[in-house]
Design a protein around this ligand. Structure first.
Ligand code: ZN
Length: 921
């Protein structure tokens, strides 16, 4: 495809609006001459045949590269700015400066001086914003409802043009950066990374400490006589004020011309082109003395890993030799935010017309390049890194920042020699022909345009088959879930373990074939659920029947090998034991679920029952499970009813053989009774507190949960609205203003037919104090909700409506929406529409009264619980003097005693399945 470029420079005049977005007309030069702020512009970007969006590339006069994406169907607009500066550009004396700059840009600008202006604006208009600092770039991004793109973009651009860098805000933000560092202190990934940096070439900026902390950003610079605020301003001046270092991608519902005008009016004045050189680092990251070495690192958790790395030159310029062209042809929808975040990186590396295609399409076959890479993979050009506690005795050095112990030694010459001359390994051969590669991409004719929701097309004593043909997305793909149900799987910890061992063994056994399937664009997962074993297949429809048949055959004929069993037994057990080293937040989630869910096993119970798991018991048990299974299938995508029946008959035939009986129509003899678990109901007016321990982490976590009863259409909507109103202020108050901790979030939890709202704070402060701050926040919000303006309330409703009824989903999203209804047995396929129409009539009084009944601290009927996760040293944390007593607190001492004192919520009443029967069968 030809590429049309204009290299025109004219004096400044207002941007004219008559440039059309129609591709063919747009390429005629006389239409473009009027534009004065753009020196290059073209529309003909290589794109996928199914891609309906239109694209335009601009290079503004100030050197900024811009990709405009017009998507008339989008319900979110988004933008991502990528600046060519990263933590490798940090001054030697101020580690973490690039990262601090990233945080500080959000703290208000000259034009919009409120500290939290941009984040609040985006959040009130249905979006999110965040930023990331990488080694060589920093990315800032947001999304927002389409009508607010222009306003959001103006606020966004001011962060680069004129940030305030107000001293008190920046100093407070250093605490946030420090909090982020403290969170990383006990993360083995960060610790291992820093040891590698310590061992790297000290002249290469890769070796620097990237995230920064209070010491590196305040104390250490002071010793060098550096004022951090001045340093921040000069870093910003150096790297954020030149258009040639900026790449911007933006998606909007507007035409390309409108988008162009928005970008020009926000980003042209205030940013000049200072032609700053983009940083390049020519030094080697690892010098010769680091090759042929073996480094031992002592982890915090009980993890083991071996990494073999072969430093290579930069191969980016050979991008045309990569794979995965099919995926480009039938690319799935990705959210506007993910799209801009992805494409902005391509804008840096590839010629602009190829920004979409270059990362995926191969156009050149270069075997010599493969040879070149192979020549790099040699024992002489290799570093080995072993992470394992059992080598602690070899770790005699200490890395300074995280305090990680490690040791490095040369690999003996004789070992190297034996590796160099080891010859060829016969098992490393080119694979056999891949049977799963699709060849037929035709769409099956639509058999029933009127079928809006999934229907049951077969219901026998062995299978129930839900089916829906895709009529919206039209991809040659389909997705299916097959759940082999059997209630004995979750009836005690022993059975639960046996089922997991079986699935782990099977997964291991299928690995090779699965790899082939994956290469052919088929995704596969097998998992244990509380009701059975679930198989999930997603990808091109063409060869799915061969694939499914192969999996079923393996499941039913699988012979368990004793050696494999022993290996898997060990890794499963060590996985169970590692729960003590989970992050505080995960420990909190786990305990909340254990306490509230009717039938869930604790890790201690599971570990205790492991001694009864042996290969004989496993074989007997699985034989029983598989011969007493009823399967629930859901098939969705490029399949028609006949094809779905054919696929499900593969399952039914297997079950029929296993049970040694043929299916009976509509008989319930084998169908297990309802397998849905129920939720425990906390007592009213009491705040329960459970204290859990996280052994390895320094930070503590509080997870404050408030139950809001059984789900129904109206209360779902009310709770979603409350969340919308609380989320951003919660972050703003507890994180930005009060600096309670780095991780601060609030979210809705829906489980077992019930729902509630959860507030999470990871902090180094005393958890009673944090709980007190959360209560304080809840009280302040009660008043804010009551006195909220009509306009503001309506805008919350509008944003929620878009969330309920998005224009753009993917085949996979739609599958999961339907699937959730089937697996929760709620069958409320029309949920989104029903909830959206209820939303229309919700008043502020409704929300306020919902809040007062369920969430307010003063409510006598509130049901709440805090999970406090601390490491053992909690007593040493000082309690702040202003801590108030929370009333009616009851500490939970023993989980099972507590559980037995609680009632259960009822189940949501099941719909009559008859209404879902397909009329045809
Ligand atoms: Zn950060």
């Amino acid at each position: 495809m030809g590429i049309y470029e204009h290299k025109l420079r004219f004096k400044r005049r207002p941007l004219l609006r008559h440039v059309t977005s129609d591709e063919s007309r747009d390429q005629s030069p006389e239409l473009i001459i009027e534009n004065v702020q753009t020196s290059i512009r073209f529309n003909n970007i290589i794109k996928s045949e199914q891609d309906m969006k239109s694209y335009r590339v601009l290079v503004l006069e100030n050197g900024m590269k811009v990709l405009l994406i017009s998507d008339l169907t989008t319900d979110k607009s988004a933008a991502c700015m990528c600046i060519e500066v990263g933590h490798m550009n940090d001054p030697v004396e101020v580690s973490g400066l690039a990262h601090l700059t990233e945080h500080a840009l959000f703290l208000g600008t000259e034009k919009y001086p409120n500290e939290n202006e941009f984040r609040a604006f985006v959040s009130e208009n249905g979006g999110i914003t965040n930023a990331q600092t990488f080694a060589d770039v920093t990315k800032y991004f947001f999304d927002v409802v389409p009508e607010k793109l222009s306003d959001a973009l103006d606020r966004f651009s001011q962060m680069f043009i004129a940030p305030l860098f107000c001293e008190s805000s920046v100093l407070r933000e250093i605490s946030a950066v420090n909090g982020e560092h403290e969170k990383n202190l006990d993360s083995d990934a960060w610790r291992v990374r820093m040891v590698n940096k310590t061992l790297a070439n000290a002249n290469h900026p890769y070796s620097k400490f990237s995230t920064g902390c209070k010491n590196s950003l305040l104390d250490r610079p002071k010793q060098f006589g550096i004022d951090i605020i001045n340093e921040l301003i000069s870093f910003h001046n150096e790297w954020y004020r030149s258009g040639n270092l900026m790449n911007l991608a933006i998606v909007g519902k507007n035409s390309l011309d409108e988008l162009e005008q928005m970008v020009c009016s926000s980003f042209v004045s205030g940013i000049e082109n200072k032609n700053v050189n983009i940083s390049h680092w020519s030094e080697d990251v690892f010098l010769n003395d680091q090759m042929m070495t073996k480094t031992y690192i002592e982890p915090i958790m009980d993890v083991r890993s071996l990494t073999i790395s072969f430093p290579t030159p930069d191969f980016t310029s050979y991008y045309k030799s990569k794979v995965r062209e099919l995926d480009f042809r039938f690319e799935d929808y990705i959210s506007p935010l993910s799209l801009v975040r992805k494409v902005v990186s391509s804008m840096r590396h590839y010629p602009l017309p190829e920004v979409l295609s270059a990362p995926v399409v191969i156009t050149e076959w270069q075997p010599d390049l493969i040879e070149r890479v192979l020549k790099i993979i040699t024992p002489e050009n290799m570093r080995l890194v072993v992470v394992d506690k059992s080598f602690s005795w070899k770790c005699r050095q200490m890395e300074n920042i995280y305090g990680t112990r490690f040791g490095t030694e040369m690999i003996p010459k004789s070992t190297l020699k034996s590796w160099i001359f080891c010859g060829f390994d016969k098992s490393l051969q080119l694979p056999q022909q891949n049977l799963f590669i699709p060849s037929n991409f035709d769409f099956l004719p639509i058999s029933n345009w009127k079928q809006t929701y999934p229907k049951i097309i077969r219901d026998t004593s062995l299978v129930r088959v839900w089916f829906k043909q895709d009529i919206e997305f039209r991809k040659p793909k389909s997705i299916m879930s097959i759940e082999l149900k059997n209630p004995t799987i979750n009836c005690d910890p022993l059975n639960w373990n046996l089922t997991h061992l079986f699935v782990w063994l099977l997964d291991e056994h299928l690995k090779q074939q699965m790899y082939m399937a994956e290469l052919a664009g088929l995704e596969y997962r097998i998992a244990v659920t509380t009701s059975g074993i679930r198989i999930y297949i997603d990808g091109y429809s063409d060869k799915q029947d061969i694939f499914l048949e192969m999996i079923l055959k393996e499941i039913f004929r699988f012979k368990i090998d004793i050696k494999r069993f022993e290996d898997i037994y060990d890794s499963y057990l060590s996985d169970l034991k590692s729960f003590t080293s989970d992050k505080p937040q995960q420990v909190a989630i786990y305990h909340l679920n254990i306490i509230l869910t009717e039938q869930m096993w604790t890790d201690q119970e599971l570990i205790a029952s492991m001694k009864f798991c042996n290969i004989g018991r496993l074989k007997t048990f699985m034989k029983e499970v598989l011969t007493q299974t009823h399967a629930e299938c859901f098939i969705y995508g490029n399949v028609n009813e006949d094809k779905a029946l054919q696929l499900s008959s593969l399952v039914e035939d297997r079950l029929s053989k296993a049970r040694n009986c043929s299916p009976t129509k509509s008989s319930k003899i084998f169908i297990p009774a309802t397998l849905t678990l129920r939720e425990r109901k906390l007592s009213e007016g009491i705040h329960h507190v459970y204290q859990a321990v996280s052994y390895y982490h320094k930070l503590s976590c509080t997870s404050f949960y408030i139950q809001c009863g059984i789900q129904d259409d109206k209360s779902n909507v009310l709770l979603d609205l409350v969340l919308q109103m609380l989320k951003e202020p919660f972050f703003n108050v507890l994180r930005t203003q009060e600096q309670q901790g780095y991780l601060v979030d609030c979210l809705v939890r829906r489980a077992n037919g019930t729902q509630g709202i959860k507030f999470v704070v990871e902090s180094s402060k005393h958890l009673d104090y944090i709980a007190h701050r959360i209560e304080n926040f809840l009280t302040s919000m009660a008043e804010k909700i009551e006195t909220m303006s009509r306009d503001k309330f309506e805008s919350f409703k509008k944003v929620l409506k878009v969330k309920k009824l998005p224009n753009t989903l993917t085949l996979t999203d739609q599958f999961w929406d339907y699937f959730k209804e089937i697996s929760s047995q709620q069958y409320h396929f029309n949920r989104a529409n029903v909830e959206a129409s209820i939303l229309r009539n919700i008043t502020l009084e409704d929300v306020s009264s919902f809040y007062k009944t369920f969430i307010s601290r003063e409510s006598p009927t509130r049901r709440s619980i805090s999970i406090h996760v601390t490491n053992k040293s909690e007593d040493k944390i000082e309690i702040e003097p202003q801590t108030l007593e929370i009333q009616n607190v009851v500490k939970i001492k023993n989980i099972s005693d507590f559980q037995s004192s609680l009632q259960l919520f009822p189940l949501i009443r099941m719909k009559n399945l008859k209404q879902f029967y397909s009329k045809k069968k």
